[in-house]
Design a protein around this ligand. Structure first.
Ligand code: AMP
Length: 444
């Protein structure tokens, strides 16, 4: 009989699984983000992954790489042209307008977290589905907000023990940028033929993007190019000076960088990117490695049909941050795969009892675990040790008959027999005497 080979399936190129063993790092990053965002007064918003393609074309810009080359766009069965979101700001702006958030108490601060999709060339740290954590502040023009966002970003990386440098720039407003772009065009004219193919197109259609090109030959040419900071109008200059002034005594590691123009069209004034320091990443801290980036987008709400509303936002690349975190040496991850109490059983009748007792203790708030499918007590206690459990409850035939539970201290090996109906209060006392707070719900 011929054995037919069954087709195996694999990940689609550029996509990846986040396996159970990686979740500890992810959970750590997520919890730090949530904590910081909530402390700074941001409320969570969850946005759909799919949006009208035109939202991104208009919002991000149809000449950007993200929209012109990297969007996953398709038609639904109902002939709607939709795209998997390549970023979170435009969706947040759509929601801000659609839900009349202009009437809310100002500033409106929101954070989001979730997958983004870009059909980019997959490589280390660059995926076609990646996760972003984003912050957006609407209806606030004050430069202190720009400085605060940069400052809190730095502190967040400090807490994660990832040493970073924040590169800051201002790309002005449409008024001053127009003049600057003419100057830039004049400068680049003589070198146009030496620019990469993409930049030759950018030269005509979206010249600012040339400053952002990652190609070595383009980077060499723009090194000597005129700088936008020298061409800011008075208002933009004042704004930028204030942003820097507020950061002056903050002792954060930042640099001015005239090439931080960002890859999306909606930005104006303050722009910034966060890079790991060269020491940390072994010398290669190019903008390909950026861990986060953001800036002002004072015109986007109006451009997408809302009232004129100043705004600023940023996005953190969570995949890259998790990758960086794995290189941090003295990181203490609070182990989510641990429990305080383990329930073990010997014999079929005891299993029935444990089935119910486990749930009772779980609901009472104990951080608890089990391995009910195992029959050997040795194997069960091995699992208890693996989970670094301090107390094991053991129910065998004798305990069933006596209506008792055996409590075993997994560290000292001491054991005591406790009446079944006193188990909760005794457990609470024992954990307390071990300095373990009881209401520590375990997450898996
Ligand atoms: P952007 O939305 O392009 O400003 O990106 C913000 C952050 O998201 C970057 O600094 C990266 O950390 C991360 N990021 C952007 N594109 C990708 C990608 N293709 N794969 C992984 N992370 C990405």
């Amino acid at each position: 009989m011929s054995k037919k080979k069954v087709k195996k399936f694999y990940l689609v190129k550029g996509f990846k699984d986040i396996l159970p063993e990686d979740q500890l790092h992810w959970e750590f990053v997520r919890s730090k983000f949530f904590n910081v965002a909530r402390s700074y007064g941001y409320d969570r918003i969850d946005l759909p992954i799919l949006e009208d393609s035109k939202l991104f074309v208009k919002g991000v810009g149809n000449l950007t790489d993200v929209v012109s080359k990297e969007m996953f766009t398709f038609e639904t069965l109902g002939n709607e042209k939709v795209s998997l979101r390549p970023e979170g700001t435009t969706g947040t702006v759509r929601a801000y307008i659609e839900h009349g958030m202009v009437n809310r108490k100002k500033p409106v601060k929101m954070f989001y977290m979730g997958p983004m999709f870009r059909y980019d060339k997959p490589q280390a740290g660059r995926y076609r589905q990646f996760y972003q954590f984003g912050l957006e502040v609407f209806a606030e023009e004050d430069p202190i907000i720009d400085s605060q966002m940069i400052y809190m970003t730095y502190q967040l990386f400090d807490e994660l023990k990832i040493p970073v440098v924040i590169k800051i720039n201002s790309i002005g407003c449409p008024k001053c940028r127009e003049k600057f772009l003419k100057t830039l065009k004049d400068y680049l004219k003589k070198n146009k033929s030496k620019l990469c193919k993409d930049c030759q197109i950018r030269y005509n259609k979206n010249i600012l993007r040339v400053l952002d090109c990652k190609e070595k030959k383009c980077r060499e040419i723009v090194l000597e190019a005129p700088q936008i900071l020298d061409h800011l109008c008075d208002d933009c200059n004042k704004h930028f000076v204030k942003v820097l002034e507020y950061l002056e005594d903050s002792q954060i590691n930042y640099e001015l960088d005239p090439f931080i123009v960002r890859g999306l069209d909606y930005y104006n004034r303050t722009t910034f990117e966060v890079l790991p320091t060269e020491e940390f990443c072994g010398g290669d801290s190019g903008s390909q490695n950026a861990l986060a980036g953001g800036g002002r987008y004072d015109y986007l709400v109006k451009n997408l049909g809302g009232q004129s509303t100043p705004a600023i936002g940023m996005a953190f690349g969570m995949d890259r941050i998790v990758n960086a975190l794995k290189k941090v040496k003295d990181l203490e991850l609070s182990n989510i795969n641990t429990s305080d109490v383990f329930v073990a059983q010997l014999g079929d009748k005891a299993r029935k009892k444990v089935l119910v007792l486990f749930e009772k203790l779980r609901r009472a708030g104990f951080s608890i675990s089990e391995s009910i499918s195992k029959t050997s007590l040795g194997q069960q206690l091995e699992e208890a040790n693996r989970l670094k459990t301090r107390l094991a409850l053991i129910i065998g035939e004798k305990e069933l008959l006596d209506k008792t539970v055996l409590i075993r201290d997994m560290e000292s090996g001491n054991q005591e027999v406790v009446p079944e109906n006193k188990i909760e209060s005794v457990l609470e006392l024992r954990l307390k005497s071990l300095d373990i707070s009881v209401k520590k719900v375990r997450m898996r």
